[in-house]
Write a new protein. Sequence first.
Length: 376
Amino acid sequence: MAWTEKQRHIIEFSLASLLRRPGKNVAVLVVYTSVVFILSSILFFTNSLKKEASLVLQGAPEIVVQRIVAGRHDLIPGAYVRSMGRLPGVREARGRLWGYYYEPLAGANVTLIVPPEDRVAGSIAIGQGVVRSLKARKSDVIVLKAFDGSYVGLDVSHVFSSESELVSADLVEISAQDFRHLFDVKKGYFTDITLRVANSKEVATVAAKIRLLFPDTRPVIRDEILRTYDAIFDWRGGLLAIIFSGAVLAFAIFSWEKGASMGSEEKREIGVLKAIGWDTSDILAMKSWEGAVISLSSFLLGVTFAYIHVFFGSYVLFEPVLKGWSVLYPVFHLIPHVDPYQLVALFFLTVVPYTVATIIPSWKAAIVDPDQVMRL
């Protein structure tokens, strides 16, 4: 109890000491909070995007098979679908039709895809991004230009909800008949093949069989797609961190300079405390509490502001860099996802160095004779 009471008095004195120098400490607090805010926003945004990608890919097929001709993606015959469907371990094989169509009015590519349950010819379903770009609504007619220069009018029979905008913003679902007409895809050919594997542990084995039996194909495993997304988001987050690395480096120099260049007033204060009976350990405890109050306050404020900015403020500061450059931006709200390990790492990278930077010069001043310090 005596130790606890002693620490309480030291904390009260530390807070009073901070309030005696409000300008300097508020400046440190603002800069410190800004740095933590930037780094936390990057971490929250990239982690949430990776979480969203993993949730989206949960319902995706385990393997997507593409045919490669002269190093490029080519159409795949329907005979491959039937052959792959008979492979041991394959539960379902389905030929898929999809592609990109450049829409001059929107100035962007939209994704045309034929759903597993084929649509009625002449009708389409569109995403919210297409609605905003083309100013189209349900029951409107969208005209697309086919490969031969003719035009195809398609009725908008359905508009995807905003809840699915992360995956459907630029999506247009179309019938197989209309798709083949637009792109001159002959009957019996597909864009790629999706495979459902009965046992998730056999996905790699099935992929290896496909490479062996169909050497002109490239099987893409779902886990590989997820790792690609992770790498892309990590790269973009790292790019943004590099952009702000100058601010982080400036703060590191500022923190060290603040700790290393203790003013004569602070040194005189330490000398007075030593003269009235304070031990060196008490002075170090006081300076530790001062550094901890500023660093912890800045850390908590920065993390809180970053959480609000990313999950409630539509991440307006970092959206163009982390989401990518596109015309048809999806509008969606991220599911809050915080990685505790990265948060702990951020804590040690920001709080601990600043606290140590305030203790070292205090220790140097505390071991000097009080009379010599007060003469400064």
